[in-house]
Design a protein around this ligand. Structure first.
Ligand SMILES: [Zn+2]
Length: 258
């Protein structure tokens, strides 16, 4: 599941092959922007903002969000793609590389000055230069009645966490995802831990919250019906959502989390 660490790494990799080069091909395959052609423009940089990817090209920004299925691939010019052509939503190439966005959840092209219309609502980015733990904490505390499992996922509070991190953070802090934010003890430690886990995972291809790089990389996420590594209690799965966030799976240990 793409979360902030995945997008950070995608941006870094794309930046390494695109930044400072001139586009020799720009093919945007969504109806609203199908006439956009930035061929001949120079790519300044590719950066992540929470779970959003921003490619700054000439006066424009190509914005994408992977949602559940999306991915960006990098190919040497002329080499064969690993995904079918019909899944491609955006193709940006220079003399040496071809970068292809497959099944992107969202794709927009805006004037660079208007980036905020797409990402301005985001809270401080866990992996961004604007990271501000105090502000993230204040944002989380704004709605003390809201479930912690939802508050952590709401990108307006802090940007970058997805479904896996929120489940793992709640487990590691010993709190049920349904516990209201106002009742979570030492909430600042949850924010600190989120930052620490994201930093630890941002440069490696495998996300882990257990410290193991293969096999059991998560405490509760995706482990329903199996025994808790700490206490042996069966891990449970449910759904959590509200008016702002759609229902998503959540996992917990009813013994380790209260
Ligand atoms: Zn347990």
């Amino acid at each position: 599941m793409p979360e902030g660490d995945t997008i950070y790494r995608s941006a870094k990799n794309l930046n390494s092959v695109l930044a400072g080069t001139v586009l020799t091909r720009c093919d945007i395959r969504v109806p609203a922007f199908s006439t956009v052609d930035l061929t001949g423009e120079t790519v300044d940089e590719v950066v992540s903002r929470g779970k959003h990817l921003l490619m700054r090209v000439g006066e424009y920004t190509i914005h994408s969000h992977l949602k559940m299925e999306g991915t960006w691939h990098i190919y040497r010019a002329g080499s064969r793609w690993y995904r079918p052509e019909w899944e491609a939503r955006a193709i940006l190439a220079n003399e040496r590389y071809e970068t292809v966005g497959f099944q992107l959840g969202t794709l927009n092209v805006v004037k660079r000055a208007d980036e905020d219309s797409l990402v301005g609502y985001l809270g401080p980015d866990l992996l961004g230069p604007d990271w501000d733990p105090e502000l993230a904490l204040a944002n989380l505390r704004r709605e003390p009645q809201r479930e912690i499992g939802l508050a952590l996922l709401d990108q307006r509070n802090l940007a970058g966490l997805g479904n896996e991190y929120r489940a793992e953070l709640c487990f590691l802090r010993g709190v049920l995802p349904t516990r209201p934010v106002g009742e979570v003890k030492e909430l600042e430690k949850t924010v600190e831990l989120a930052k620490r886990l994201m930093e630890a995972n941002k440069d490696r291809p495998v996300r882990t919250t257990t410290g193991k790089l293969r096999g059991d990389t998560a405490w509760v996420y995706g482990r329903e019906g199996r025994p808790c590594f700490r206490c042996g209690t069966t891990i449970e799965r449910g759904e959590l959502g509200d008016t702002a966030l759609q229902l998503r799976d959540v996992y917990w240990c009813s013994h380790c989390q209260v």
